[in-house]
Write a protein that binds this ligand. Structure first.
Ligand code: AQP
Length: 331
């Protein structure tokens, strides 16, 4: 069994990335003892939207350090940077050549990002899913933990694997998504109708793992709720408070029903104050470890080891794929 997933360094990591993705990577790492685990930093995906090169480099290193600070164990999980494994691009191109423009244009994320883009929309934004398929299929990964918003891209990776296997013969493992039950979509604190995203310009809506702890508390205390007073999970009528309950549940592991019962006689201010403390405490632990790691030589050594292992697997696979497609000379 092999598990793979990644996060793109398109900004500073958010509480959404942590609760919807990284916390699950860690849980799976600890549960799936016999599984080979690869977690990468998807820097090639980040440049589908224009990035400042200094920020991009910082975000890449930050994510690597945060992966470990959040609990990924480099002795158990291979951590690497996508652009340091050229076979991702090689297979990405083959996947693009097996994708249809119509199906790419139908992807929700492409439509959303295209709508938000003020300047020209890059071709890379359209061909993001075939590259993501390559990221997964290159390693014959069975299991891909992602948030619900990435489910459509994963479906596309499955389709591309099946399409390729049909044309060229059995080559790829068809991957399964793994979507966590709670915390699958953490919403913006200022507009709970939209997802909390690291590239969101609205700073109040988003908690970054590297935010000052007092600012984190303030953001939670001023999160948008409603004019009612009951602490009750109701996505339609109380999206703000439902989002805060989801965050509370993800941090503590408590069931939403039990949290509702705990706060039955309480008010929003008390609930938010408690949640602010919980989140700040959790993030403090992460920041302490991050601060130790970020300037250390250890981080580069971990990324070098991850790069070597990923290149070893990926190069073996790409040779087989080139032979199946008939590219170059037989190797
Ligand atoms: N708000 C969220 N709630 C739950 N899960 C989330 N993820 C992202 N935001 C939330 C999950 O994090 C993983 C990494 O995502 P990504 O960086 O590769 O892409 P993304 O989903 O586009 O993340 P962002 O933060 O929204 O980035 P931008 O703003 O650049 O588009 C995925 O598993 C995702 O589901």
């Amino acid at each position: 069994m092999r598990l793979i997933s990644g996060i793109k360094p398109s900004g500073s990591l958010t509480l959404g990335n942590y609760l919807g993705a990284i916390k699950n990577f860690v849980k799976l790492q600890d549960e799936l003892k016999d599984t080979d685990i690869l977690i990468f930093i998807a820097d090639l995906h980040a440049i589908t939207i224009p990035q400042d090169k200094v920020n991009l480099r910082k975000n890449i290193k930050d994510i690597a350090a945060l992966y470990i600070a959040c609990g990924l164990d480099p002795n158990r999980t291979h951590i690497f940077i996508q652009s340091e494994v050229p076979a991702h691009n090689q297979l990405g191109w083959i996947m693009e050549c097996n994708s249809y423009i119509g199906e790419l244009e139908r992807m929700t994320q492409f439509k959303d990002k295209k709508a938000k883009q003020v300047q020209g929309v890059s071709a890379g934004l359209l061909t993001y899913p075939p590259l993501m398929a390559a990221d997964i299929l290159l390693y014959d990964a069975n299991l891909v933990p992602v948030g619900i918003d990435q489910k459509q891209h994963l479906e596309m990776a499955r389709n591309l694997a099946e399409r390729f296997n049909h044309i060229y013969g059995d080559t790829f493992v068809v991957p399964e998504p793994y979507i966590p039950k709670t915390g699958e979509k953490i919403k913006s604190l200022s507009d709970p109708s939209k997802k909390m995203s690291k590239s969101d310009d609205d700073e109040k809506g988003c908690i970054c793992l590297l935010d000052d702890l007092n600012i984190i508390k303030k953001k939670i205390k001023s999160a948008v709720t409603d004019s009612d007073t009951k602490i009750k999970y109701d996505l339609t009528n109380k999206p703000g408070i439902s989002n805060l309950l989801t965050i509370y549940s993800c941090i503590t592991g408590m069931a939403i029903k039990d949290i509702e019962a705990k706060y039955i006689d309480s008010n929003y201010a008390q609930f938010k104050a408690d949640l602010a403390e919980l989140v700040a405490n959790e993030i403090k632990g992460i920041q302490d470890k991050y601060n130790d790691l970020i300037k250390s030589k250890e981080l580069d050594a971990i990324l070098d080891a991850g790069k070597d292992y990923a290149n070893y697997l990926a190069n073996r696979k790409i040779t087989k794929i080139y032979n199946k497609v008939g590219l170059g000379r037989k190797r």
